[in-house]
Design a protein around this ligand. Structure first.
Ligand code: HEC
Length: 142
């Protein structure tokens, strides 16, 4: 598995202000459940830190992280959800990204995010098994 060493900070958004907006959107829409550092809540909310960067090693995983209900059904626009997802990847998974990682765009998110999964656990299991089969060291089962 090839991991990128490049920090996302310079590639995922043009301006520092964009990162600040994305962080504010994370705080307002996601942090209440996922925690300030993506740590989650043991037994209830899966950790994003140390996990989210591994999902983007497959196209199914790339879809998974924007189609889970918390992301898919959020009030964020497609552009805003793309920016929040790029922020989470940069802050919680920067050292796990594939070497050819491309930041999400609003149009990609628009194509992927709906409908929200009705059975997240089943989809997640399939996504994780496929990634593991390709040697990506997915960590957290639940
Ligand atoms: C009400 C609590 C809650 C909020 C708010 C929330 N989530 Fe979640 N999130 C969860 C739960 C619970 C899961 C586990 C899957 C499920 O049951 O939906 C999850 C799973 C995820 C996952 C997949 C993690 C994994 O390892 O499977 C991602 C990515 C994610 N959420 C992103 C977001 C984003 C982005 C936002 C804000 C726009 C957000 N979530 C808001 C509760 C929440």
């Amino acid at each position: 598995m090839a991991l990128a060493a490049v920090p996302l900070a310079t590639s995922a958004w043009g301006q520092p202000a964009d990162e600040a907006v994305a962080y504010r959107n994370y705080v307002l829409n996601c942090m209440g459940c996922h925690g300030a550092s993506g740590e989650g809540v043991p037994g209830n909310i899966p950790p994003l830190r140390g996990a989210i960067g591994l999902f983007v090693h497959s196209s199914a995983g790339r879809q998974f992280i924007v189609r889970v209900p918390g992301a898919s059904n959020s009030a964020l626009t497609d552009d805003e959800l793309a920016a929040v997802t790029n922020l989470m990847l940069a802050r919680f998974g920067a050292n796990q990204l594939p070497a050819d990682f491309r930041p999400y765009t609003g149009s990609e998110v628009a194509a992927l995010r709906r409908p929200a999964y009705a059975d997240v656990a089943t989809v997640r299991h399939a996504v994780i098994e496929e990634l593991r089969g390709r040697g990506v060291p997915m960590k957290f089962d639940y």
